[in-house]
Design a protein around this ligand. Structure first.
Ligand code: OOG
Ligand code: NI
Length: 405
C-alpha cells in the first residue's frame, strides 16, 4: 500500500491547480499575483497576521451554483479537501440586492489554516424568491438547472470515499484533483444566446449561473499585506481598479477584518448558438480580478463597533473614535480575538463581509438585478441551507473563540 496523501495536501494541490487553469484563462490574474507577491516581499512584516509563506500561497475562490442539489455536491466535494461550510450570507439584503444566498467553504482549525487556508465563497441562485423570478421564469430556470450535471456522480462518490478515509493514495489523489479541477474550467460549449439574454435582463448573476450548462471559477483572489500599495502599483501598470477599496478604511492602527478591491477582467471569447441553430463567436465579460488584505477577527462587540463606524458619512475621518490604535487595547477591551489573549498573536479573520461581497458582485456588473415589488415567500436561512446540503454550517464566532483559547 503506497503512502497516504493527506487532506491538507489535497487542498493545497487543488488550490494550485485551480490557480493554473484560472491564470491560463484570465491573464490579468497572473499580473495581479505577481504584483501581490512583490508587495508582500517588500512589506516589512505581516504584523503577526500569518507567515509570508502562508500569505503568498493564500487564495480565495468564488463559484456560483443554481440549486440546493448542486450546492450539496459542492459541499461533499470540498469536504474531501478539508473545506467545510462556514457562515451564511444573504446578499438579497444588501443595498444593491443580488439574488443569491452564500456560504464559504474553508478549513476550520488553526493547524489546517496554517497548512493551507484555501477558501471558496459559494453562492446559490435564489430562484424561489418571487422578487427576482416570476413563476414562469422560475419553472424554466429550475428545469434547466435540474437537467444539467455540474459534477460527475463518480467524482462525488470518490470525494465521499476520500473524506471517509481522511486522504487518498498518490494515484487516487492525482486523478481526483485533476477531475475536481476540470469541473471548474470554463466550458467551450456554445451558449444559447436567447436564453442567456433573457436571464441577463433579470440579473447578470442569474445569466452567469443558469445561462450555461457548467460552472466555473468566477475569480481567484490573492492575499496582499498592503492593499493600498497594491492599488497604486496596479494603477501604475495601467490596470484600473473598479472602485474604492471595500471594507474598513486605511489607518495607522490595527487592520481589522477584510479589505478588498477588484478590477474588471477583459471580455473573454465565447461561442453562442443563435435561434436559427447557427454557432457564432461572441464575448462575455463576467469574470474579474480581486485582491484582499486580512486583519484581526473581531468579537461580536468589535463587530457592532465596526458596523457603527462604517455607518458614518466618512468612516476614514472618524475611525479612531471607534477603534483603539493598538492591538493591546483591542485585546483589553475585548474587541478582537488573540491567541491565548496575547495581542502579539492576532487571530486572522478567515471569512467574508456581506456588504463587501455584494459590492464586489455589483462592481463587476453592468446593471443591478431588477426586483419586483412583491412579497418574498421563500424561506432561505442558515438552517434551510444546512438541511438542504446535509452538512453542519459552522458559526464563525465559535471558530474564532476556539482559536483564541
Ligand atoms: C462572490 C462575490 C463575493 C468576496 O470576496 O467578497 C466575494 C462572487 O462574485 O461570486 O468573492
Ligand atoms: Ni471574492
Amino acid at each position: 500500500m503506497s503512502a497516504h496523501v493527506h487532506t491538507w495536501e489535497l487542498r493545497a494541490r487543488f488550490a494550485a491547480a485551480l490557480s493554473d487553469i484560472y491564470g491560463a484563462e484570465v491573464p490579468a490574474y497572473t499580473t495581479l499575483v505577481e504584483v501581490s507577491a512583490a508587495v508582500n516581499r517588500d512589506c516589512a512584516a505581516a504584523g503577526g497576521l500569518g507567515s509570508l509563506d502562508r500569505v503568498t500561497a493564500e487564495r480565495h475562490g468564488a463559484i456560483r451554483v443554481g440549486s440546493a442539489r448542486e450546492l450539496a455536491d459542492v459541499a461533499d466535494l470540498f469536504a474531501a479537501f478539508g473545506m467545510y461550510p462556514v457562515g451564511y450570507y444573504d446578499l438579497r439584503e444588501a443595498a444593491a440586492p443580488v439574488p443569491v444566498v452564500s456560504t464559504a467553504f474553508r478549513p476550520v482549525d488553526a493547524h489546517d489554516l496554517e497548512r493551507n487556508p484555501f477558501r471558496v465563497f459559494t453562492s446559490m441562485l435564489t430562484t424561489a424568491d418571487a422578487r427576482f423570478f416570476s413563476p414562469d421564469l422560475r419553472a424554466r430556470v429550475n428545469r434547466f438547472i435540474d437537467g444539467r450535471t455540474l459534477f460527475d456522480p463518480a467524482l462525488i462518490a470518490d470525494a465521499r470515499r476520500i473524506t471517509a478515509n481522511g486522504g487518498a493514495s498518490p494515484a487516487e489523489a492525482d486523478a481526483f484533483i485533476a477531475t475536481a479541477t476540470a469541473a471548474f474550467a470554463l466550458s467551450r460549449e456554445p451558449i444559447d444566446r436567447a436564453w442567456y439574454e433573457e436571464l441577463t435582463a433579470v440579473s447578470a448573476v442569474a445569466a452567469d449561473i443558469a445561462g450555461v450548462r457548467s460552472t466555473h471559477i468566477n475569480h481567484l483572489t490573492p492575499r496582499v499585506l498592503d492593499i493600498d500599495e497594491l492599488y497604486r502599483r496596479m494603477s501604475d501598470r495601467g490596470i484600473t481598479m473598479t472602485d474604492a477599496i471595500q471594507g474598513p478604511p486605511p489607518w495607522d492602527g490595527p487592520d481589522v477584518l477584510l479589505r478588498q478591491t477588484s478590477f474588471r477582467a477583459l471580455s473573454e471569447p465565447r461561442r453562442f448558438r443563435d435561434v436559427d441553430g447557427g454557432v457564432t463567436d461572441g464575448s462575455l465579460r463576467v469574470r474579474f480580478g480581486e485582491v484582499e488584505a486580512r486583519g484581526v477577527a473581531l468579537t461580536p462587540a468589535g463587530r457592532d463597533r465596526y458596523d457603527a463606524a462604517m455607518a458614518q458619512p466618512d468612516p476614514a475621518a472618524t475611525w479612531g473614535e471607534y477603534f483603539p490604535a493598538t492591538h493591546t487595547e483591542m485585546a483589553t477591551r475585548g474587541l478582537a480575538y488573540y491567541r491565548g489573549g496575547d495581542p502579539a498573536e492576532p487571530v486572522v479573520y478567515e471569512d467574508f463581509l456581506p456588504a463587501s461581497a455584494a459590492g464586489i458582485f455589483r462592481s463587476n456588473l453592468d446593471q443591478d438585478a431588477a426586483a419586483a415589488d412583491v412579497d418574498d415567500e421563500s424561506d432561505y436561512s442558515l438552517d434551510w441551507m444546512a438541511g438542504a446540503i446535509g452538512h453542519h454550517i459552522h458559526d464563525p464566532y465559535d471558530l474564532y473563540e476556539k482559536a483564541a483559547r
